[in-house]
Ligand binder design. Structure first.
Ligand code: SF4
Length: 373
């Protein structure tokens, strides 16, 4: 009896010691803030890595179901021949790369790809077109609006990335049923001119404002490995944290250097830097979906799992990213099974559902998913 009591006392004392040293999730900043200072974000970013992951995991659990990962499939509906000079991109016509230019795809092959993605468990379908903007592309835009309507009618979330948008174009996309629009800031305002010169940071922010004002969810993140510093990664997170609404989705891409581009010889971003960026984004943007995007296939399963622990909760899955490889559905499903993860339903994310309003009533699958959530 004495031994049991002594052992209990020891256990309790040990538990108290741990409790004193472990950060208390309740005490952490869980509110959605728009007034972050760069120095505060830098301090979070500089936290010892495992401590940072622990804190991010605690925040993640306050705002998200940690067992859910959003599966998104990306399709390039118009490849290459782009007039912009993004120095990482194989689709820029300014660089000699293996990517060949093609015209905008017809509607049916795109719908076929969306059906396949849905059958494989993807709940968001994203269509990308390589061009600066939609100027002079009236018929092409109408075709894209048609694609958006049809994919939405399948009960999937629909995303596009079509370059710069005017408020009127954003309104038309919203009316067609677009869920989200991807327009990455790529990096900090300070480093941006080293990467792109043909459109300004403010032009990017204008497109993001037009999307947000039209009631479409914003997907905007960055690319790591462009040659930026820690300060730039912090600057990027700060920039999106200062928006009137945090982006619904923050993609974290690891540069896949493409032969023929100015960044072809860049060193890969170290894994701990990627993880640190994911965890910092999770803490600063607590309700945002943090999306592991390009370069994920270079991370082995345990590295990806650590990113999920740190708050990443979306992946691109399927046959291909825009121009770089992607992990196939069966591999991703097997990985998720092993780690006790499952796919998010369409419109399950509360901010996305809120923006859809009554329109969800028209889509049986989405309505059921939203009711289940
Ligand atoms: S990233 Fe987009 S805008 Fe930039 S060159 Fe590539 S396709 Fe064009």
């Amino acid at each position: 009896m004495f031994r049991i009591q002594a052992s209990l006392r020891l256990t309790c004392r040990h538990a108290r010691t741990l409790a004193t040293h472990a950060p208390q999730p309740q005490a952490l900043t869980a509110a959605v803030r728009h007034d972050w200072q760069k120095t505060e974000i830098q301090k979070i970013y500089d936290t010892p890595l495992l401590e940072l992951v622990f804190r991010a995991a605690a925040i993640h659990r306050q705002h998200h179901d940690p067992s859910k990962i959003q599966l998104c499939t990306l399709m390039n509906i118009k490849t290459g021949g782009c007039s912009e000079d993004c120095s990482y991109c194989s689709q820029s016509s300014r660089y000699s790369t293996p990517t060949t230019a093609s015209r905008l795809l017809e509607v049916e092959p795109v719908l076929e790809a969306a059906r396949k993605a849905k059958a494989n468990g993807s709940t968001r379908f994203c269509m990308g077109a390589a061009w600066r903007d939609l100027a002079g592309r009236k018929r092409g835009f109408e075709r894209i609006l048609h694609m958006v309507r049809e994919v939405r009618g399948m009960g999937m979330e629909v995303c596009t990335t079509l370059g710069m948008l005017s408020p009127e174009q954003a309104r038309q996309l919203k009316e067609a049923g677009l869920t989200a629009y991807n327009h990455n800031l790529d990096t900090s305002r300070e480093f941006y001119p080293e990467v792109i010169t043909t459109r300004s940071y403010d032009e990017r922010l204008d497109t993001i404002s037009a999307v947000r004002d039209a009631g479409i969810s914003v997907c905007s993140g960055g690319i790591l490995g462009l040659g930026e510093t820690d300060k730039d990664r912090v600057g990027l997170i700060w920039e999106v944290s200062s928006m009137p609404e945090h982006p619904e989705s923050f993609p974290v891409n690891a540069l896949v250097p493409i032969e023929g581009t100015p960044l072809e010889n860049n060193e890969p971003i170290p894994y701990h830097t990627l993880l640190r960026t994911v965890a910092t984004a999770r803490i600063v943007l607590p309700q945002t979906i943090i999306r592991l995007a390009a370069g994920r296939q270079t991370l082995d399963e345990s590295k990806q799992a650590m990113c999920f622990m740190a708050g990443a909760n979306a992946i691109f899955t399927g046959e291909q990213m825009l121009t770089t490889p992607c992990s196939p559905w069966d591999e991703d499903k097997a990985m998720m099974d092993r780690w006790g993860l499952e796919g998010m339903q369409s419109f399950e994310q509360v901010n996305v559902a809120r923006k859809e309003g009554d329109r969800l009533e028209d889509i049986p699958d989405a309505k059921a998913a939203n009711t289940d959530a």
